[in-house]
Every structure is written in structure tokens, then in C-alpha cells.
Write a protein that binds this ligand. Structure first.
Ligand code: CTP
Length: 413
């Protein structure tokens, strides 16, 4: 049976504060996504929030009591805001109004949400949603800056059509972004806390002229899944991306286009790194000459002169665990082993790109992991996120075997 990956949200108690924004209805979808990911969601609603969405909806979604009133006699003999504050691994406020943000910045405590916020030691994540002028107002911006100084994380509102009909910045951030930030916060205590992990993703593009390029079919999905998995285990992740996909929340991203640019970015990023995972499909060739102007068509047959790009993985050496990918269409294991030896890798992830559900552009992958010490593990068809978690397990095993134990800030030796 395919086991679903342990996401960092599994089994965690999350206090979800909902305030009186028109975006309050989106909190229902957020609560649902968190619950489905295995989190215990304790919803706290302000009075204004209840004018936009009913606590009954949230109770049905989370299968838990929804806290609304400080003066209600609690079912158990517990002071409600204190027990909520203590149970929470993280306090997420989404959507957060200008008023709630102002109250939190000033340390006011006049309802259940603000008292919980003041009483909790858990990290706080705030996703504001409001009118664009209210968001841009110096008072709001100063309040946000004050809260950031105290370590509160903000998921910035996005631009778009607001309730007023105006276009501006004030829409509640996308749910993936909010959940991504939450995962990054919860992952801080994970087994990769203190590790620096560099991951490349996507297919490089080698220009032919200002309009055209040589590319490949890599979508970047496998690399991005690795980035999210490493982040959720607490690693400091640097993503070097040749893909157009938006970067996962909580991750530093360096955008590149060509193999040469990726080589420069990798050389810089691996300084002090513990792991390098080259999941990118790096072009092996680039045009010998890149035309300065757009090439005009002619009736003659055209020939392209190509030269090799730098081999990034071959050149990236150091005390870090080096992981490569081998995308093959024949002789999978033999070809992958050859790459492992040639590039002196610690681990190679081999996949047969001709197989259905495996390789480029799919959401699943069928891989075999081969390690330097001779170990070989063939995984079943899994989602790319599941594969990512298994790859990280293997990396940690290798690091441990090599005596390269890493814990909370100690460097690999
Ligand atoms: N790689 C790299 N730099 C390159 C090419 C590939 O760092 N210029 C990395 C890839 O990110 C991947 C691994 O090396 O992790 C793939 O090895 P490679 O032997 O280059 O694979 P292919 O390009 O598929 O080579 P071949 O044509 O030999 O199959």
C-alpha cells in the first residue's frame, strides 16, 4: 500500500483566528485543508467574523468546538484563552483585519482572539486582508513592522480585485502560500533543523537568439516537491530554479535560465551547505554562438553548432552530501550507476522517463535510489512529494552512516 507522506501539519494543534473581513469565508476552505492534512484546528472567531461566516460552518469542518466568547462558561474547568494558547503549536490569524493587527501590535486584549495572542508562546502567522488604502496606511504598516520585529510572520496580501471593486493590494494570500508559511514555521523543530539544503529544479534554457532557446520538458515538479519536503523538516532551503513556477513559501529562491547561470548560483549556494540535490534537467549543450538579433528564416537547411555546457554536479565538490538524478529511457540501473561513479555521487535517483506516470511533467514518479555504499532501493509509483520524503530519508541515513551527524547548527564533518 502506498503510504501518504507525513506532512508537518499531521497531528499538530493549530489555533486559527478568524476576524471580520469579507475574506472570512475563505477561512472555511483553509480550515478544511488544514484538517484534511491531519491538523487539529481550534478556531477562534471575533464577533465581527461571525457576521461574515457562521461558527457552525467551522465546527462542521474541523469537528471541534469553535471558540467565540470569552465569557462563556467553559465545558471543562479551563480558562479558555489560556488552554487554547497553551495547546497551539502555532497561532494563525487569517484573514486578519487592520483592527486586529492594530490590537496585537499594541498588546490589547479585549476579546478571545487578542487574549489568546497575548497569552500564547507559540509562533504567530498573520495573513492580512483588507481594503488597499487601509493596508497601505502608515498606521497599519507601522503595526505590521512592530509585529515583525517581535518575530510574527506575515503572509502578504496579494494584488487583485477587492470587495470595493477597486484593484489593489489587500486580497487574502493564496491558501497554498498561507499553508506553506505555516509548514515552514512548524518545520523549524524538524529533523533537518540547522541543515542548509541546496536544490536545483526545472529545465535550463539555452538561448539561440533573443527569441528562441533550446529547452527540455522538465516541469520542475520533482525539485519543488523536494524543496517543500526539506522545508517541512526544518531545513534552510535554497532553491535554484530554472522553472517559472512560484517558489514555495518560506524558501529562498535564485532564478536562473541557463546552465552557466545555474553553475554560478550553485557554486555560491553550496558554501556551508550540508546537501546539494541536483534535480534540475540541465541542458548538456548550448549554442556555440548566440545571435544578437532575431534570426530570419531562409529557404536553406539550417545547422546549429553546439558546445557543451559546464557539468554543474561534477564540479560542485565539498563536504556536503551530493545527490544527482538520472533520467533514462533505457538500461536504467546501469546508466544510473555510471553517473554515480563518474560524478562520485553519494546518491543517484534513477527514473525511467518512458514509463507511464513517471518522469517529466507528471505528478507521480517511479524511481530507484542507488547509493555510493552499494545500497539500492526500488520505490513503488508514488507522488513526487512521497518520493521527495523517501529521498530525504535516504540522505539522512547516508549522512548518519558517514558519521556526518548533523543536529541543530553543528556543521557536517
Ligand atoms: N547535471 C549537471 N550539469 C549538467 C548536466 C547534468 O549538473 N551540465 C546533473 C543533473 O542535474 C542530474 C545529473 O547531473 O542530477 C544527470 O547526469 P548526466 O550524466 O548529465 O545526465 P544526462 O544529461 O541525462 O546525461 P547523458 O546524456 O549522459 O545521459
Amino acid at each position: 500500500m502506498i503510504k501518504s507522506p507525513m506532512t508537518v501539519l499531521q497531528g499538530k494543534t493549530i489555533a486559527l483566528g478568524i476576524t471580520g473581513s469579507i475574506a472570512a469565508f475563505k477561512a472555511a476552505e483553509l480550515a478544511s485543508a488544514l484538517t484534511q492534512a491531519g491538523a487539529m484546528v481550534d478556531v477562534i472567531m471575533t464577533e465581527a467574523a461571525q457576521r461574515f461566516i457562521s461558527p457552525v460552518t467551522l465546527r462542521a469542518i474541523t469537528h471541534r468546538q469553535v471558540a467565540t466568547d470569552m465569557w462563556e462558561v467553559p465545558a471543562k474547568f479551563e480558562i479558555e484563552h489560556i488552554s487554547l494558547a497553551e495547546a497551539a503549536k502555532v497561532l494563525l490569524i487569517a484573514p486578519a483585519t487592520a483592527n486586529t493587527i492594530a490590537k496585537l501590535a499594541g498588546g490589547l486584549a479585549d476579546d478571545l482572539l487578542s487574549t489568546t495572542a497575548l497569552a500564547t508562546k507559540a509562533p504567530m502567522v498573520i495573513a492580512p486582508a483588507m481594503n488597499d488604502d487601509m493596508y497601505a496606511h502608515p498606521a497599519t504598516q507601522q503595526n505590521i513592522a512592530r509585529l515583525k520585529e517581535r518575530g510574527v510572520l506575515f503572509v502578504e496580501p496579494s494584488f487583485g480585485r477587492l470587495a470595493s471593486g477597486k484593484i489593489g493590494q489587500g486580497r487574502l494570500a493564496k491558501l497554498e502560500e498561507i499553508i506553506g508559511t505555516l509548514s515552514a514555521v512548524l518545520g523549524r523543530e524538524g529533523e533537518l533543523a540547522g541543515w542548509k539544503v541546496v536544490i536545483t529544479a526545472g529545465g535550463t534554457r539555452e538561448p539561440l537568439d533573443p527569441v528562441r532557446y533550446l529547452g527540455n520538458r522538465s516541469s520542475g515538479k520533482m525539485g519543488y516537491a523536494l524543496v517543500e519536503a526539506a522545508r517541512d523538516r526544518g531545513a534552510r532551503v535554497i532553491l535554484i530554479s530554472a522553472s517559472d513556477r512560484p517558489a514555495p513559501a518560506g524558501v529562498a529562491v535564485v532564478r536562473v535560465e541557463t546552465a552557466s547561470q545555474m553553475q554560478v548560483a550553485v557554486a555560491e549556494a553550496v558554501m556551508g551547505a550540508d546537501v546539494l540535490i541536483m534535480a534540475a534537467a540541465v541542458a548538456d549543450y548550448q549554442a556555440k554562438e548566440v545571435a544578437a538579433q532575431k534570426k530570419k528564416k531562409t529557404d536553406e537547411t539550417q545547422y546549429l553548432e553546439l558546445k557543451r555546457t559546464p557539468d554543474i554536479l561534477q564540479g560542485a565538490r565539498g563536504h556536503f552530501v551530493r545527490v544527482g538524478f538520472a533520467a533514462e529511457s533505457e538500461d536504467l540501473i546501469a546508466n544510473a550507476r555510471h553517473k554515480l561513479d563518474e560524478k562520485e555521487l553519494d546518491l543517484v535517483i534513477a527514473n525511467d522517463i518512458t514509463e507511464f506516470g513517471s518522469g517529466f511533467e507528471t505528478d507521480t514518479n517511479h524511481v530507484t535510489m542507488i547509493s555510493r555504499d552499494g545500497g539500492m532501493e526500488a520505490l513503488p509509483l508514488l507522488t513526487k512529494r512521497e518520493v521527495a520524503d523517501r529521498v530525504l530519508d535516504a540522505i539522512m541515513r547516508l549522512a548518519r552512516l558517514r558519521g556526518k551527524k548533523k543536529n541543530h547548527g553543528e556543521g557536517l564533518e
